[in-house]
Ligand binder design. Structure first.
Ligand code: YH5
Length: 279
C-alpha cells in the first residue's frame, strides 16, 4: 500500500485520489493581465478544494502540443503567488508542475509538497534539485518535445518503451540520492503518442506496476478522448470519466483531472465497491 510523505504531511494512496489541474496561464480569450490570471487560478483552487481534490497541480508553462516556451521569470511570477495563496489558506497537497530547477526550489520554499515534471527531471540541474528538496516527484514519459511530439510518434512496443524509459529515470533518481518512497510514475498520455498508442497504454497499464511505484494518470479532456468521440474540449466529460474509471480499475493511484467533483463521485462509487469485497 502506497503513502506519500512530504515534510510533516502524509497522503494515503490506499484508494485512488484526485489531483486537480490549475493552469496559471493567461487565458487567450481575455486580456485582463497578470492579476486576472492570478485571481482566476485562486478561484479555481477554492472550487477544487471544496470538491474534494487531494492535490492541486499548479503550473505556469503550457505543455500542450505546439505551445511556446515561457521564461523563468514569467513562470515564477505566475506560480509562486498561487502556491502562497493555497498554502496559506488550505491543508491540501500542492504540486508544482514545472521542469525548471529554480521553479521547483522556490515553489517548495513557498509551500509546494510535490514536483510534477513532464520532462522527468531531464533538464540540467533538475535531478540534483529534486533530490536535495526531498519531496515526492512524478516522472512522466514523453517522446520528443512539446513543440514536435505529435508530429509522427513511433514505437516498436509502446508499453515496453515507456516502461524502459521510466525504469531508467528511476535509476538516475536513485543514483542521485532520491528516496524510493518519493517516486511516482506516469506514462504521459498524449505526449508523443497516437490514439492507438494511448489506448494500448491504458489497456496495459498494470504492466507498469511491475516497477512497484504509484501511478499518476492524466487523460482528462485530452485528444485520446476527443478524437475518439469526435467531441470538442467542453464536450469530453463522459469520456474523461470513463477513462478515469478505467485507469483507477487498472490500479492508478492518482488521477489528474479538470472535473474534480464528477471524478470524485466516480472513484467514491468504485472504492465503495472494492471495500465491499472484504465483507
Ligand atoms: C499528464 O498526463 N498532462 S498538460 C490537452 C488537452 C487537455 C489537457 C486538448 N501535464 C499531464 O493536461 N502532468 C499535462 O486537450 C501532465 N501527466 C502529468 N504528470 C496537458 C493536458 C491537456 C492537454
Amino acid at each position: 500500500m502506497f503513502e506519500l510523505k512530504s515534510g510533516e504531511k502524509t497522503l494515503s494512496l490506499a484508494s485512488p485520489i484526485v489531483m486537480a489541474i490549475i493552469n496559471v496561464t493567461p487565458d487567450s480569450f481575455s486580456d485582463g493581465g497578470q492579476h486576472a490570471t492570478f485571481e482566476s487560478a485562486c478561484r479555481q483552487v477554492d472550487k477544487v478544494v471544496s470538491q474534494g481534490a487531494k492535490i492541486v497541480d499548479i503550473g505556469g508553462e503550457s505543455t500542450r502540443p505546439g505551445a511556446t516556451a515561457v521564461t523563468l521569470e514569467e513562470e515564477l511570477a505566475r506560480v509562486i503567488p498561487v502556491i502562497e495563496y493555497t498554502a496559506d489558506k488550505y491543508d491540501v497537497w500542492i504540486s508544482i508542475d514545472s521542469s525548471k530547477p529554480e521553479v521547483m526550489e522556490q515553489a517548495v520554499n513557498a509551500g509546494a509538497h510535490l514536483i510534477n515534471d513532464v520532462r522527468a527531471l531531464q533538464e540540467p540541474g533538475a535531478l540534483a534539485m529534486a533530490a536535495s528538496l526531498d519531496v515526492p516527484v512524478c516522472l512522466m514519459h514523453m517522446q520528443g518535445q512539446p513543440q514536435n511530439m505529435q508530429d509522427a510518434p513511433e514505437y516498436d512496443n509502446v508499453i515496453q518503451q515507456v516502461n524502459d524509459f521510466l525504469s531508467l529515470r528511476v535509476d538516475y533518481c536513485l543514483a542521485a540520492g532520491m528516496s524510493r518512497e518519493n517516486i511516482i510514475l506516469d506514462p504521459g498520455f498524449g505526449f508523443g503518442k497516437t490514439l492507438e498508442h494511448n489506448y494500448e497504454l491504458l489497456a496495459k497499464l498494470p504492466e507498469l506496476h511491475s516497477l512497484h511505484f504509484p501511478l499518476l494518470i492524466g487523460l482528462s479532456r485530452k485528444s485520446m478522448i476527443g478524437d475518439l468521440l469526435q467531441r470538442d474540449t467542453d464536450q469530453r466529460l463522459a469520456g474523461s470519466l470513463a477513462g478515469a474509471m478505467i485507469a483507477a480499475q487498472q490500479g492508478a493511484q492518482i488521477l489528474r483531472v479538470h472535473d474534480v467533483e464528477e471524478t470524485v463521485d466516480v472513484i467514491t462509487v468504485m472504492s465503495a465497491t472494492m471495500a465491499s469485497l472484504h465483507n
